[in-house]
Design a protein. Structure first.
Length: 461
């Protein structure tokens, strides 16, 4: 039963509307004064504050003044919340994204509830104080749900608390390892066996950091239906990288990448790329910037050496760059651009959703300090545009870009990256997700509308 509760959708009106209505009713209950009683009949349950306030009605300080004080406190607190969002999000750019008006509204409402709580604790008796606490908690919960919908992150509570919900698996001989020179199956000559499953499978695996010694979390692997047959064909492989903060399962849970792949496989006789999502971060709030450094670890070596070797030794995948692709969101998209630009002999296809112009953590100087021994020149050389300029021209390389229409900073970076890719000889396209910002709504739209072109370039049409 507990697990069933965790799996209740938290993004549907059937949950959101009752929570919002309850929050509003509790706020109104705190705002509206209790019915006034004559001072002579005030009971002992009244606190000193309420008794004095009731008595003060005869002196002109009636219920309307108390309502005005409470509303004033809410307005001041809401203004403080908006200023805090502006300072932290816009001026300091602490999160690297522009907050939408919806998120700003919810922050303001939460601060307003806190302001009402303070006044309720001062003015009210035990009953009103209890209502004020309940109202604040309920508004904060409603705000969390609203911001979650705005970012499109979690569909259930289970997704919010489970770091990797997929079953553990050991992949190897049962997947039918191909040779080092194996070519991807020709869809025209492939016949799906009658025993082939109708859906793919998502599992959790451990990819050892044999060379890098990077402290990576468990990876996630998607096996399409064709890969689950007794004699699986050789398939393309797509490396998937989450944003930061994040974890390998994010592209599957929040981005619904598995569903996108299943839909493609259903239309192509069970064929789709195998997807491997390694951990390029090491922890949700760490950003090694997909480079090798003494302070942040050898993230680049983990992905490009440990992970690629593991894929070749455990999965039946093609050997040519045309058979390999990489997709990422936000920080993961920046990594995808870094890796695909630096290693064209490995990747022939890239899908960058809301990529930064360069690896970044905190500030340019801080990024250089923590990963490049303080060298700004070395830091700038690690930017995807600089890498593309060094390695141009690229041959038969396809890069698909995507961003949300309301995500101005990443729209600018994407346009600059695309210009650099075109100048370097890459073939490119761009997808714009309508009405979304730097969030998982953008990711889902981009994957759904952009993945067919990516997979087609990897040999499955």
């Amino acid at each position: 039963m507990f697990h069933d509760l965790l799996r209740i959708p938290i993004v549907t009106p059937s949950v959101l509307v009752p929570v919002d209505v309850l929050a509003a009713l509790l706020v109104i209950a705190v705002l509206v004064p209790s019915p006034q009683r004559h001072p002579s009949v005030a009971t002992a349950t009244d606190t000193g504050t309420e008794g004095r306030t009731a008595a003060a009605t005869e002196n002109g300080r009636g219920p309307w003044r108390r309502i005005a004080v409470r509303i004033g406190a809410m307005l001041v607190a809401a203004a403080v919340g908006l200023v805090a969002v502006w300072w932290i999000g816009d001026v300091q750019d602490a999160f690297g994204v522009d907050f939408t008006p919806v998120t700003r509204m919810w922050v303001a409402l939460t601060f307003a509830a806190v302001g009402l709580l303070v006044v309720g604790l001062v003015q009210g008796g035990n009953g009103r104080r209890g209502l004020a606490v309940a109202a604040t908690v309920c508004v904060a919960f409603a705000a969390a749900l609203g911001i979650n919908v705005d970012f499109g992150a979690y569909r259930t509570i289970e997704q919010a608390v489970a770091t990797n919900p997929y079953p553990s698996a050991t992949l190897g001989a049962e997947t039918g390892i191909g040779s080092s020179a194996a070519a991807v199956v020709d869809p025209q000559t492939w016949y799906a066996p009658a025993t082939m499953p109708t859906h793919g499978k998502i599992v959790s695996v451990r990819i050892p950091a044999t060379t890098s010694h990077f402290h990576a979390r468990r990876a996630v692997v998607y096996l399409p239906p064709a890969a689950r047959t007794i004699d699986p064909p050789v398939l393309p492989v797509l490396i998937s990288l989450s944003g930061q903060p994040g974890q390998p399962s994010d592209m599957f849970q929040a981005g619904r990448l598995g569903a996108v792949m299943d839909a493609f496989a259903a239309a192509h006789h069970g064929l789709a790329p195998i997807v491997v999502a390694p951990d390029q971060l090491g922890a949700p709030n760490r950003n090694p910037m997909c480079v090798d450094s003494r302070r942040l670890g050898r993230s680049s070596t983990y992905v490009m050496t440990d992970t690629t070797r593991w894929i070749r030794s455990h999965l039946s995948v093609g050997a040519a760059p045309a058979d390999w692709g990489i997709v990422g969101f936000s920080q993961g998209a920046t990594c995808a651009m870094q890796f695909s630009s630096e290693y064209p002999e490995v990747f022939g296809t890239t899908f960058a959703i809301s990529s930064e112009l360069a690896p970044f953590t905190g500030s340019v100087q801080n990024s250089a300090d923590v990963a490049f021994h303080g060298s700004l020149a070395a830091y700038r050389a690690a930017a995807p545009i600089a890498i593309m300029h060094r390695n141009a021209p690229y041959t038969d390389h396809f890069t698909e870009f995507a961003y949300g229409s309301d995500d101005a900073p990443y729209a600018r970076s994407t346009k600059l990256l695309r210009a650099g890719a075109i100048a370097a000889g890459m073939r490119t396209t761009t997808i714009v997700s309508p009405g979304t910002a730097h969030d998982w709504n953008t990711v889902r739209y981009s994957l759904q509308h952009g993945m067919p072109a990516v997979i087609a370039h990897m040999g499955l049409r």
